[in-house]
Structures are given as C-alpha cells and as structure tokens.
Design a protein around this ligand. Sequence first.
Ligand code: NAD
Length: 319
Amino acid sequence: MPQPNAANVKSIKIAIVGAGSVGVTTAYALLLDGLAADIVLIDIDKNRALGEVMDLSHAAHFAQARVRVGDYEDCADAAAVVITAGVNQKPGQTRLDLVKTNYRLFRDVVPRIAQHAPDTILVVATNPVDVLTHAAYHISGFPLERVIGSGTAMDTTRFRHELGKHFGVNPRNVHAIIVGEHGDSQLPVWSLATISGMRLRDYCKAASIEYNESALEACAKRTKEAAYEIIQRKGKTNYGVASVLVSILQPIVTNSDAIMTVSRVGTYGGIEDVALSMPCKLNRHGAYQDVPLLLSESEEAALRRSALSIKEVLTALEG
Ligand SMILES: NC(=O)c1ccc[n+]([C@@H]2O[C@H](COP(=O)([O-])OP(=O)(O)OC[C@H]3O[C@@H](n4cnc5c(N)ncnc54)[C@H](O)[C@@H]3O)[C@@H](O)[C@H]2O)c1
C-alpha cells in the first residue's frame, strides 16, 4: 500500500470521537503509522481524554505528530472522523437496549460532526456497527460512500489469521473474506477463498495436504467467536480493531483504491436500506465503489439472512 509522503501528511487531520479503549489505541496506531499530522480526540469525559492525550503526546514526540483534545469544531477539515464513542453492554441489558442507547448517542454526536465537517468521511466502529453505520448515514445526510462502518474488515482479518495458521502460510497470502453482519450472521465466502491463486481444494491437492472441511469450519467459528472470547478474558478488544481502523484510513489518506470488506448502506440480498459489509473500493472519496462478488447460491441465501437479521434490529429501533 502506498505510504503517505511527508508533504501530504503535513495537512492530514484525523478526529476520533470517543477516547476510550478503541479510540485511544487507534490514535496510538495512527501515530506509529505516521498517517496523520494532527490527531484530535473528542470525548464527553474531557478529563480522561486529556490524560490520554498527555500520555500519547510523549509518543507523538517520536512520531512527530500532534495529538490534542478537541471539541466538535476541531473536526473541521478532518480527512476522516472515526466514531468509537459508545457504551458497552451492561449486565442484564438486552442487545436492543444497548442499540437504543448508542443510537441516542449518535443522534447527539453525528449532527455536531456534520455541522463542522460537512465534507469529511465518517468511519464508524461503535457496536452494533452495521446498525450505527445505517444511523450515521441517515442522521448525517452524507452520501453513502462517506459513511463507512468498520464492519467485517475485522472479521476478514481474523479469518485470514486463522486460515494462515491452519495452512501454515502468511495470512497476507490468504485471500478469503467474511461478508455480511459484523456479528453472528456473518458469512465466510468459501467459494472464492484462494491461496496462491488456487481455490482451497485445489491448493490442498497441489500441496498434497488434506482438505479438512471440519477444521476449516472451526476456523470460521473461531473467527466469529473471537471477540466474545477476548472480552471474556480481558473485558474488551482494542488492538485488532485499532489496526483495522488505521487500515481503513490508509486508502482514504493515500487515495489508493484498496479493496476492503467494510459496511455501507445499500440493498443486499434484496433487502433495501440496510448496512452490511461487502467488498468495496476505498480512496479519498470514501468507500466509493462496490466490488461485485459471484457468490454461490447458498452464500447468496446466507447474505440475505444476514441482511434480514440487521433489518430486524433497525425495524425494532424504529418501533
Ligand atoms: N467494530 C469493531 O470491530 C469493534 C471492536 C471493539 C469495540 N467496538 C465498539 O467500540 C465502542 C467503544 O469501545 P471501547 O472499548 O473503546 O469503550 P470505552 O468505554 O473504553 O470508550 C467509550 C468512550 O466513549 C465516550 N463517550 C460516551 N458517550 C459519549 C458522547 N456522547 N460523546 C463523546 N464520547 C462519549 C466515553 O466517555 C468513553 O471514553 C463500543 O461500542 C464497542 O462495542 C467495536
């Protein structure tokens, strides 16, 4: 992927709304990546944000970028605004209650971003990310390419990691994607998964290794359950998602037409006005183009089920 040069980085501002675990780790990953010269953290808890910025600014010393606490007016001219503000599920709280709380938060936060940064690109990470990407699109009134959910970019990364371990190859050399919901109804696109240009069955034949369907299904299951397992052990996930958010910001800043599975509002499996992840081309205009996928019949059906399950939440939210 092209790296930003010093000249264009000088003018790149990225704002992050939500200086919690995901927001701050994203700011740190951005610093290390050298992708922005000006990183603004906005949080309702200004004191916490200030503490994080004081700490981060010592890392910024080595990266030569500026990190600061800001307010919504500081989103002006940002190349992108990443939204990680939100509450996590509390004991006894239903998923729908959580959705309602974070939806209310978006109704407060998104108009303020849009007011000060009408030309920016929104990158949503707050969960449930597909529902909130849909909300951010409708609340902001931005064109759909400028409202991107991190979606299954995270799951695709985890899936390649699992398959790489299984086949003993670098995950970068595994071409396999997860599409649909960033959640339980996500689907691995087995029919198009390749290593070294070969479908997985052909690769196994060529490499004289067993095509072990149940082991591959276990890779997809671990992918889907990774977040639950990490949260059970450490209470949150932050490093993986922060790196994924930076990888989404990369093509926006470098205008490099990367193909990624990100969430965007559209019609999927015949279900209109829903956000979920499919491969898209990303550049400085945002997630500006669908990349067509030739799914198998059963994958098409699974995609429709995924779209329907997100639509159900949207309908309950409106009810
Ligand atoms: N998309 C993904 O792959 C992915 C991965 C991990 C976490 N997440 C989601 O990211 C979100 C943040 O997770 P976290 O672990 O950083 O949580 P966190 O509790 O550490 O941080 C949330 C931050 O949001 C701030 N906040 C709350 N209301 C606000 C408001 N109205 N305006 C501005 N800031 C506000 C809080 O003060 C807090 O600092 C959650 O919804 C989580 O589920 C998504």
